[in-house]
Design a protein around this ligand. Structure first.
Ligand SMILES: [Zn+2]
Length: 284
């Protein structure tokens, strides 16, 4: 039974098995190391790629948000500081020493003028209105202090003649035309259309008052004293008095339906919001 041939073949089989196992181990070690080398050499740049990718790095996202908030803040602050958005009402008088760079309005007898930018815009509006069949006139534009005093005094007198007390007549005149140094006319930014012209029909039958509502904001003017706005404006509704605020602001105010006071409040809220956002983001 102890066949030497059998013993030889058994030894050969053991030797072969050892060889196969060793080879396998050798391969496994080489593979393992190579795998380690491979993975370490490929993981490093892939990690770098992640850190340079803006969309997934939180600190880059914060920096982008801060930049965006600062841009918004600047935009709203710029609007609030615009000279065309200066509030002039019974709470806010014309600043002392305020000067206006005046220009005579075309389509008038030469006696009416406005601030240069406002005058150019009004000239363009009047030409456009004329182009669609309206022949309108302006009753008032820029007023000096003395001219505003005269307008106020006449109004006061008319209320006194109608039987109102001095206190009542003062209140009524103020609500109707504004007291001296509290009128947008002294800014050189406001005009009064003739009330009679509001009912005038254009070439397509549209009344001028409707044409005004639909179009004048496209020239940078807004209705200062809308119906129902007394709490905000402190003035009686007046469908004839329009004020220049600049094109962009007029469009925005028209879309939002705000009076000047309300719009300034809205801008201030936006400014406060973005200031808080920036402070919060910068802490992160
Ligand atoms: Zn007016």
């Amino acid at each position: 039974m102890n066949d030497p041939k059998n013993t030889e073949s058994r030894l050969a089989l053991v030797g072969l098995t050892v060889l196969v196992v060793c080879s396998f181990l050798a391969f496994a070690i080489i593979f393992f190391d190579a795998g380690n080398l491979f993975s370490s050499s490929s993981d490093t740049p892939s990690t770098d790629q992640v850190s340079t990718d803006e969309s997934s790095d939180p600190s880059d996202k914060i920096l982008a948000d801060i930049a965006e908030a600062k841009e918004k803040l600047e935009e709203f602050q710029g609007r609030l500081d615009s000279p065309y958005l200066m509030p002039v009402n019974e709470q806010s008088p014309i600043p002392e020493g305020y000067t206006v760079d005046l220009m005579v309005l075309s389509h008038t007898d030469g006696s009416l003028s406005l601030d240069k930018a406002a005058a150019s815009a009004m000239n363009a509006f009047l030409a456009s209105a004329e182009g669609v069949g309206y022949h309108v006139s302006l009753e008032a534009a820029y007023r000096s202090e003395a001219q505003q005093q005269k307008v106020y005094d006449e109004k006061f007198k008319s209320f006194r003649q109608a039987g109102y007390s001095v206190t009542e007549a003062k209140e009524l005149a103020t609500a109707a035309v504004g007291s001296v140094n509290h009128s947008e006319h002294q800014l050189g930014l406001a005009v009064d259309f003739n009330p009679k012209d509001l009912e005038q029909a254009g070439a397509d039958g549209t009344l001028f008052k409707d044409y005004l509502k639909k179009n004048i904001y496209k020239f940078g003017f807004i209705l200062s004293y809308p119906a129902g706005g007394q709490d905000s404006t402190g003035r009686d509704p007046n469908g004839c008095h329009y004020r220049y605020v600049g094109l962009e602001i007029a469009e925005d105010m028209n879309n939002r339906g705000y009076t000047l006071t309300e719009y300034r409040g809205y801008l201030q809220n936006q400014i406060t919001y973005y200031q808080q956002q920036i402070t919060m983001l910068e802490k992160q």
